[in-house]
Write a protein that binds this ligand. Structure first.
Ligand code: NI
Length: 221
């Protein structure tokens, strides 16, 4: 986590917009906790008076969230075959994550912190040391196995579970879907580091969403 303090409900909302409590106050309808609104605006069938919700009413189900976690993970996972085996424990500077350490960190955090917290259990995060998985093949197996185990936990969550509070290692209560959203942000943060570390080892990396920055510019008006 690198000292991240993103452990409360005040986490920045990022790309995913949250239905606000004011909806309940203003039109008397209760927006179930755990509802995540995204996508384009559209007219709302339940508005009373002058007020219209500022955000759309589309929401992410438990299944949608698990799919989103899976896709986010896949964008990191595809970097693993590109890692030069001899560079696995290379670090850009002393005292920083190595590439392998970063992968063990991501795997361990997902499985032993987030997936445990999701089951209302305390973190059992074991760190990111080489004793956990040493060598390219071992790291690959560790990374895949822990993700698979974590996904088994996440896929078992329903909308009601996602709307409940869990407690972070910092002792802060947070609604579970927000905690899992923070997990994808955490992963994206470290994925960016992996991209940079691979570039420093002169490895060509894939564009994140299919087009390079230059290709997007070429298609821009
Ligand atoms: Ni981290």
């Amino acid at each position: 986590m690198e000292g991240d303090r993103r452990t409360t409900d005040s986490v920045a909302t990022g790309e995913i917009h949250i239905a606000t409590p004011s909806r309940k106050k203003r039109d008397g309808r209760h927006c179930p906790r755990g509802r995540i609104a995204d996508g384009p605006r559209r007219s709302q069938p339940f508005a009373k008076g002058k007020w219209r919700p500022r955000l759309s009413n589309r929401h992410m189900t438990a299944s949608d969230l698990a799919d989103y976690i899976e896709k986010s993970h896949a964008r990191t996972r595809r970097l693993l075959p590109l890692i030069p085996h001899d560079d696995l424990e290379w670090s850009p500077t002393a005292g920083w994550f190595t590439i392998g350490g970063l992968l063990r960190h991501l795997a361990g955090i997902e499985r032993w912190m987030y997936a445990e917290n999701a089951q209302k259990r305390p973190s059992r995060y074991p760190g990111h040391g080489r004793e956990l998985a040493d060598g390219y093949e071992a790291v690959l197996v560790y990374y895949d196995r822990l993700h698979e185990d974590a996904m088994t936990v996440f896929r078992a969550l329903d909308d009601s579970a996602l709307a409940q509070k869990v407690v972070t290692p910092a002792g802060a209560p947070i609604t579970l879907w927000k905690w899992l959203r923070a997990m994808t942000e955490h992963e994206a943060h470290h994925r960016g580091q992996l991209y940079l570390m691979l570039a420093m080892r002169r490895v060509q990396t894939p564009p994140l969403y299919g087009l390079t920055s230059e290709e997007v510019q070429a298609r821009s008006i």
